[in-house]
Structure formats: structure tokens, C-alpha cells
Design a binder for this molecule. Structure first.
Ligand SMILES: CCC[C@H](NC(=O)CCC(=O)O)C(=O)O
Ligand SMILES: NC(=O)OP(=O)(O)O
Length: 320
């Protein structure tokens, strides 16, 4: 596996879930794969879970790990081609990337959407330069449009806690005070569409996700209707994806508090589990009562990030 961005990169999902169960029970059993191999983790943005879980996964596999926070200590990077670099950027990505590739065997990258130019973001312009110029296999640790390590961990969690064979999973938009990327909901929808679940996506008008991710999932604008019968409620904020309102790409269209996930919303469900990728804004996205309730899975969901990362890195090491 040379790149990991989308659900199809993992192949058969049932097999991947079986492998995740095996890794969870025997997470130190594959150290021969990573011995004398180096993972370089590159962060253009903040992180807690991805940073810790991916480093843990690589160490489980016997790897050496280097973590680079590009905006803290490295030279400020120019990402545009054909510019005259007479400003505050000292190094071009086109040299920095192959140089970074010299010091590692595998690259994980986090580079969030800029949320100003939809074409630039949805072409995955930044991360594709790493794929093209690093000479190394590359996996996403949340890029402009996807967060597959999170979605794989979400699927592992749903598979472990589902009360029936074909659970109803609701991806619900929730309000936030900042304009956030669509990467998490994009990947969640993509992976749920590939899994054996009934996916319903609910959000206000204007927040329609890109068709290549939402696929044939049911889109329900009435959140109360969406919540009825749900076994899992996956809450996340995202900014306007620019699908039905291209001029509003990356913007906040509403902060309607009626979309905050509260106990009354959860009471509409089939005693559903609550999920969120974290970090989460209490009081905006979800009430304290819901996220702290026994039905909340946010901690085991975060714990499964170690497992999803270990399966992915293991697969990449096996094909080096
Ligand atoms: C895993 C989620 C990462 C990121 N979340 C944020 O940027 C939250 C920032 C905030 O709440 O201030 C996002 O929404 O894509
Ligand atoms: N869920 C997730 O990716 O968290 P971080 O942004 O803290 O890595």
C-alpha cells in the first residue's frame, strides 16, 4: 500500500476489521516489520490524538519515529509554484519534500484545508506534492478533504459496539464558533457507505457534503426525523463544502443551537451511542450531559486510533 487516503486503499473491509481485532490483541507482535525503519510524521496543524496514537502505533511496530511541526522550527515553506520568494518564506516545498524523504521510510502528513480555494483544497494540492516528490509511501493524518485514520477507528468502534448486524448510523452536523474543514465528515461518510450500516446524514441546508463522499446516503434536513431509531449518533461540525453554495465555500452559514446534541435529541434514538472524533467544544457541539453519559464512546473511539494507525502502517511496511 503506497498511499492511504480512502477506504478503498484498505481493500476488503471485513478483512481489515479482522486484522484490527488481531492487532488489538497482539499489538507488539509485528516488531520485525518496523525494525530499523523510520516514520516521519509531518504536522502543518495542531494535533493530540493523531500525534500520540500514530507515534504509539509506529513504536508498537518497532519503528523509529521523527515528528516535525512545520510551523515550529522548520523554515517557513512556500507551497506555490512560479512565485518569486522575496517574502517571509525561506524554503520551497519542492526541495523540502525530497529532503524529508531522505531521512525516512514512510511519511504521515497532516495539512488541513485552507477553506478559501475549494479547487486547491479538493485537488489535495499540498499532500499530492508529498506523494509525487518524497519518494516514500504517504498516509493521511487529516489532509484537506480526508481523515481516513479517524474514519477507520470510527468503523472499528461501531463494529465493536453495534447492537445489531445493520445499525443505523447518523452523521449530524453541529454548531461551532470557527469554520472547520470537511475532512472528518467526508471520510466518515465514505467509510460508512462502504460498511454494513444504514447511514443518514443530517445538516442544515447549504452544508451538503461533496457527492464523492456522501454517495447514496440518505440526507435528512429534519434532524429530529434523522435521530429516530438511530443506534449511533456521530456529531461533527463542518463549514460550507461549497457544493450547493459554491460562493460560500469554507464559510459558517449558521450557528443554530438547535443542532447542539442534547439529551432530548438522544431520547429520540434507539438508546444510541454518542461518538465524536475530538477535540469537541462542549456546549456548542454537544452538552456535558451527553458526552459524559455512559452511552458516550468518545474515549474508546480515541483509543482505537492506535489500532487503526497500526493496521495501516503495518500494511505499508509489508509492501515497502
Ligand atoms: C480531528 C478534528 C480536527 C479539526 N478540528 C478542529 O480544528 C477543532 C478546532 C477548535 O475547536 O478550535 C477538524 O474539525 O477537522
Ligand atoms: N481526532 C483527531 O484527529 O484528533 P487530533 O486532531 O487531536 O489529532
Amino acid at each position: 500500500m503506497k498511499t492511504f487516503f480512502n477506504v478503498e486503499d484498505l481493500g476488503d473491509l471485513a478483512q481489515a476489521l479482522q486484522e484490527a481485532r488481531e492487532v488489538e490483541k497482539n499489538r507488539y507482535g509485528f516488531q520485525h516489520l518496523g525494525r530499523n525503519k523510520t516514520l516521519l510524521m509531518i504536522f502543518f496543524n495542531n494535533s493530540l490524538r493523531t500525534r500520540l496514537s500514530t507515534q504509539k502505533a509506529a513504536m508498537n511496530l518497532g519503528m523509529n519515529v521523527i515528528v516535525l511541526d512545520v510551523n515550529a522550527g522548520a523554515w517557513k515553506l512556500e507551497t506555490e509554484r512560479g512565485v518569486i520568494m522575496n517574502g517571509d518564506k525561506s524554503e520551497h516545498l519542492l526541495e523540502a519534500i525530497p529532503v524529508m524523504g531522505c531521512y525516512c521510510d514512510l511519511i504521515g502528513i497532516r495539512s488541513f484545508a485552507g477553506l478559501t480555494d475549494r479547487e486547491f483544497d479538493y485537488a489535495e494540492t499540498i499532500v499530492n506534492q508529498f506523494v509525487e516528490h518524497s519518494g516514500r509511501p504517504v498516509f493521511a493524518m487529516e489532509t484537506a478533504t480526508v481523515h481516513p485514520l479517524q474514519a477507520f477507528a470510527d468503523l472499528i468502534t461501531i463494529d465493536a459496539y453495534k447492537p445489531c448486524r445493520h445499525p443505523k448510523v447518523v452523521l449530524t452536523w453541529a454548531p461551532h464558533c470557527r469554520a472547520l474543514p470537511q475532512a472528518v465528515p467526508n471520510s466518515f461518510a465514505q467509510w460508512m457507505n462502504a460498511a454494513d450500516v444504514e447511514l443518514v446524514v443530517t445538516h442544515p441546508q447549504g452544508y451538503e457534503l461533496d457527492p464523492k463522499f456522501v454517495g447514496n446516503a440518505t440526507v435528512e434536513y429534519d434532524r429530529r426525523k434523522a435521530f429516530v431509531g438511530a443506534h449511533f449518533i456521530y456529531a461533527k461540525n463542518w463549514s460550507c463544502p461549497g457544493v450547493t453554495r459554491p460562493a460560500d465555500y469554507g464559510k459558517i452559514l449558521t450557528e443554530d443551537a438547535a443542532w447542539t446534541v442534547d439529551s432530548a435529541s438522544m431520547a429520540l434514538t434507539e438508546n444510541a451511542r454518542f461518538m465524536h472524533c475530538l477535540p469537541v467544544r462542549h456546549g456548542l457541539v454537544v452538552t456535558d450531559e451527553v458526552i459524559e453519559s455512559p452511552r458516550s464512546l468518545v474515549i474508546p473511539e480515541a483509543a482505537n486510533r492506535e489500532i487503526s494507525a497500526e493496521v495501516v502502517i503495518k500494511r505499508m511496511l509489508e509492501t515497502l
